[in-house]
Design a protein around this ligand. Sequence first.
Ligand SMILES: [Fe+2]
Length: 389
Amino acid sequence: MSLIKSFSFLSPKNVYFGEGELGRIPEILTSIMDPQKGGTVLIITDIGFSSTGIPALIVKRVEDAGYTTELLDSVPQEPYSEDVESLAASLGSRNIRCIIGVGGGSVLDTAKFLSIMLKWGGTVATLMESGAPGAGLPCIMVPTTAGTGSESTPNAIVALKEKQLKVGVVSPFFMPDYVVLDPVMTKTLPPALTASTGVDAYCHVLECYTSKKANIFSDMVALEGIRLIDGAIREACKNGDNMQARADMLLGSFYGGMAIASSGTTAVHALSYPLGGRYRIPHGVSNAILLVPVIDFNKTAVQEKLLKVAGTVGIEPGADPSSTVDRYIEHLRQMMREIKIPSSMTEFGIKPDKIPELSEAAFQVKRLLNNNPREMSHDEIQALYESIL
Ligand SMILES: [Fe+2]
């Protein structure tokens, strides 16, 4: 057997990074839109970001460049499959040729679903059963959080009401064609959201780095993502106007998506999904509550890698490797305190009698649990949830 570990990765075709890169959109549209065919450019966002006035500015720039637009600013936070389907139904007759998603993960993932559904029809259920039949409408993704990294993954998350669970739908056709990473877009994100979305990005890079699916490519982007996010998250929360911190967070989050596309997240995300699906705890917050206990659980299985992480974030190595790793875990715990992330499920009204059903639901998230570097039994999942009550 070869000693060389194989890997593959998907990535967006075109990426623009830098302050003011939002201005590129009209230029990008010239390579997407065929003037002979006409058609409408759909700009989707959520009501919160719409209030910044930036989506209206994008509409103006796109119209000034000669295109017809449709602005949809009603994407709900963490949408249900029905929400996505009713948006697709309401837009079906508008001759949409291109989608610009401007927002956090909920908006970008909705853009991915709409891209397929507006071209091919179907529902979330048919996409889950049979996959996307082919490439969807071209998408330009503009993340406004740092974040889910959705702009660089082939995944889209949606909540299923009947199952009270959030699921990740994966398709190579979900990988965006164009990504505009402009840190100015994240400048107005308030500290609490900067913290929770930032910890989600931290989870992506740290989980992917310690995942069973980790490889030399994902390790490269994940470790650099850890360095960037670990170095910038406190400052981005304290001083949102610091554009260097915002830029580092945005790039780290993008690397997180790249790491997911080549490696995969582990038990933090597996145990997080039932908390989001049943109790509507925001994704970044449920991940944040779980991050330290899961890394503590995994530490013996990935000691070498955690030593590398510790060195990357500036922790001096000691004579005893396990105590160096413990100092890194303490560093993480301290970071959560500093950025004021909730640390227990009780804060969300979850009672001890709910733990068996949460554990059962998490135990079913095999796609991610199988990536965890240390096997996690049903009883161990239950003990982990008990530790964060
Ligand atoms: Fe995530």
